[in-house]
Design a protein around this ligand. Structure first.
Ligand SMILES: [Zn+2]
Length: 286
């Protein structure tokens, strides 16, 4: 091998090695989150060769997962969070009773507006009886989002429906020009009857028919991570069912306040709704 051929060979070899490294890194991509309102901040809580620490954000327990040889705390940030510095406190087995602190910086993010025309008056201006039902359901949903089960959790998710993202998380919504709560999940459009599957392992904690949300399934994924799936035509699971990623939970419909058939999926961490797109594989992000 003369010198030129040898150096070309080495160049090719290094390109191949570089590609392999890139592929390996992509396959084992760590969850990095996004420290913005509606996002998830990730904090380092020490090496995972030590026992798992307990961490809190405000008065709420937060999820702790092992990643890259470290314990990482995942902090759900509400859409109402103002930009600035916030404290996560944690305790390790070793230093029992001593509170350690780590600071997270929340950056600003502005979400676009969405204006929707809803024809049915009962969804725009509910009467007193309907308002009473809505209030009761809101309280019940709040209780469900408080569910905490101390178990291993995966944040490696897949899409619950094969369909395009029709409405992203966080939109500031107006129904018939009246301001309403921001969009607290993502919408995935698909024809009625399309299968809805679980994006990550979990346990069904509630099913029901809700005023705005229609036929709904709540799933507890562990450590305060709860999914809510809405507007289904058919529910095929019941409370107590233990399911794996990819298991069917129901079918696409248009029950509740909708303009067409789709799945609305809300994902909650430490009792606040966060953007599910942060957990979904890149290739289907639109
Ligand atoms: Zn929605």
């Amino acid at each position: 091998m003369n010198k030129t051929i040898f150096s070309r060979y080495m160049f090719r070899l290094s390109v191949i090695l570089a590609c392999n490294t890139a592929i390996n890194v992509a396959a084992a991509a760590s969850f990095t989150g996004s420290s913005v309102p509606g996002g998830v901040a990730v904090v380092d809580l020490g090496v995972s060769s030590e026992p798992k620490p307990q961490a809190r954000y405000g008065s709420k327990n937060i999820m702790v997962i092992a990643q890259d040889g470290h314990w990482k705390g995942l902090v759900g940030l509400s859409l109402k969070t103002l930009p600035g510095d916030y404290i996560v406190s944690y305790q390790t087995e070793k230093d029992k009773g001593i509170n350690k602190e780590v600071t997270i910086r929340v950056e600003p993010k502005s979400y676009p507006e969405q204006r929707i025309n809803v024809k049915q008056k009962k969804y725009v201006s509910p009467n007193e009886e309907q308002l009473a039902r809505i209030k009761k359901e809101k309280k019940h949903m709040g209780e469900l989002f408080k569910t905490w089960r101390d178990t291993d959790v995966s944040v490696d998710m897949s899409w619950p429906v094969d369909g395009p993202l029709s409405s992203p998380f966080g939109l500031r919504r107006f129904f018939n020009d009246q301001p309403r709560n921001p969009h607290s999940g993502i919408d995935i459009a698909a024809p009625k009857g399309t299968d809805i599957v679980l994006p990550v392992d979990g346990q069904v904690i509630d099913t029901g028919d809700y005023y705005f949300n229609g036929k709904t399934v709540f799933v507890d994924h562990g450590q305060g991570m709860i999914s809510m799936f809405n507007h289904m035509s058919k529910i095929t699971v019941k409370p107590g069912d233990k399911l794996k990623r990819g298991d069917k939970i129901g079918e696409i419909g248009k029950t509740g306040r909708v303009t067409g058939p789709h799945l609305h999926w809300s994902l909650s961490l430490n009792e606040v709704r966060v953007d599910p797109m942060l957990f979904l594989p890149e290739q289907k992000k639109k």
